[in-house]
Design a protein. Structure first.
Length: 149
């Protein structure tokens, strides 16, 4: 009987999933500051910053993309799904830089800048996203306010 109880207790302990501690942090663009070390200017799509809000560090990861769609205003939000791009022989039209947060939450695309020629957009867009997250509260506001569930 003791063996059965011991096996049952051990089995229960092994079957219970591990519980992780999770902390929610409000990302308020007016009280949040971000740093990026170093800014990624090497043509990759990924960007990363560490933001501090109420004394808590929050790593933020994002992606960038160049599109043929221009934002109506600075920090316009594109929430209609996948960001359109043209991939034909005239790919020189994808020169509008857009940024999206993917961790710790997913945001909509936020428009930041125009680069010509399009090859400059592909090279500089991710660094542009990190720089905007670091220095422009308006950009952070657009990014944080467009988080989807």
């Amino acid at each position: 009987m003791k063996k059965l109880l011991t096996l049952t207790a051990v089995g229960t302990l092994l079957a219970v999933p591990a519980m992780a501690v999770q902390q929610c942090v409000a990302l308020d663009s007016s009280t949040t500051t971000c740093t990026s070390t170093p800014v990624n200017w090497n043509g990759t799509a990924e960007w990363e910053v560490t933001c501090t809000t109420d004394g808590t560090n929050v790593p933020i990861k994002g992606v960038s993309a160049c599109s043929n769609v221009k934002g109506d205003t600075d920090y316009a939000i594109y929430s209609d799904g996948a960001l359109p791009t043209l991939s034909d022989a005239s790919s020189e039209v994808n020169f509008y830089c857009w940024c999206k947060m993917v961790e710790p939450a997913v945001s909509s695309w936020v428009y930041t800048n125009i680069y010509t020629p399009a090859s400059n957009c592909a090279f500089y867009c991710s660094g542009n996203c990190a720089t905007h997250a670091q220095y422009y509260p308006e950009f952070r506001s657009a990014l944080f306010s467009s988080i989807s569930n």
